[in-house]
Design a protein around this ligand. Structure first.
Ligand code: PEP
Length: 248
């Protein structure tokens, strides 16, 4: 039985002071054993938020990291740095990073491997554009992203990972995929994981839906067989996040 996981992606929001205010507002409301809850915060907020989350069951996540161990990569943050600061999860290959910062399946793959090497759990994102959906190539695109993103990763590592299906047309738009659309793709992701890594790995890997999840639509999305929770952007910055966690 897979445990559900609800992760808040704060994106480029909240200064360290504001981050602490948000943690204070939410922490008692979302501190639970029944669902894994993760706050994926901006890099500058990691250290103060790690301190503020001590004594809770809420896990800390980052939104990106570099795939090299260390060196001349100005402005970047390594897996070892995240790990030392108490980070447990790292979002990799978010569509905003693919669109604005040139991330590719190849760089995502290198990051996934480096994160796993350091004991971080990747939340690897995939998703189609509206054009791809309208052209009927959603499944091919998603299957390729999954196969390339996980290339060369050991099956037992894939089993520990989280994959987030985030249709790009649903992110930050208020336009959520229907429960059926979300389930169809999450089931296809589980199928491709099964084809490449075996049925046991497919059964264990957790697959989230992301894209305008809110307090109203979370219950029916998370009730679907292959949806193991959500990656939540906008609504993770509000008390509405409590509602979403309750449905996890
Ligand atoms: C996201 O940031 O991954 C996301 C799904 O955002 P939103 O919930 O705002 O659509």
């Amino acid at each position: 039985m897979r445990k559900k996981i609800v992760a808040g992606n704060w994106k480029m929001n909240k200064t360290p002071k504001e981050a602490l205010e948000l943690v204070e507002l939410l922490k008692e409301k979302v501190d639970t054993d029944t669902v894994d809850v993760v706050f994926c915060v901006p890099a500058i907020d990691i250290i103060p938020v790690a301190e503020a989350l001590k004594g809770t069951k809420i896990a800390l996540g980052a939104q990106n990291m570099h795939f090299e161990e260390s060196g001349a990569y100005t402005g970047e943050i390594s897996a070892a740095m995240l790990k030392e600061c108490g980070v447990q999860y790292v979002v990799l290959g978010h569509s905003e990073r693919r669109e604005y910062f040139g991330e590719t399946d190849e760089t995502v793959n290198k990051k996934v491997k480096k994160a796993l090497e350091h004991g971080l759990t990747p939340i690897m994102c995939c998703g189609e554009t509206l054009q791809q959906r309208e052209e009927g190539v959603t499944m091919e695109h998603i299957r390729t992203q999954i196969k390339r993103g996980l290339l060369g990763v050991a099956a037992d590592d894939v089993a520990k990972m989280v994959i987030a299906y985030e249709p790009i047309w649903a992110i930050g738009t208020g336009k959520t995929a229907t429960d059926e659309q979300a389930e169809e793709v999450c089931a296809a992701i589980r199928q491709v994981v099964g084809e490449v890594f075996g049925a046991e790995t497919a059964e264990q890997v957790r697959i989230q839906y992301g894209g305008s999840v809110n307090g109203k639509n979370a219950a029916s999305l998370f009730a679907k067989a292959d949806i193991d929770g959500g990656l939540v952007g906008g609504a993770s910055l509000k008390t509405e996040f409590e509602q979403i966690v309750k449905f996890g």
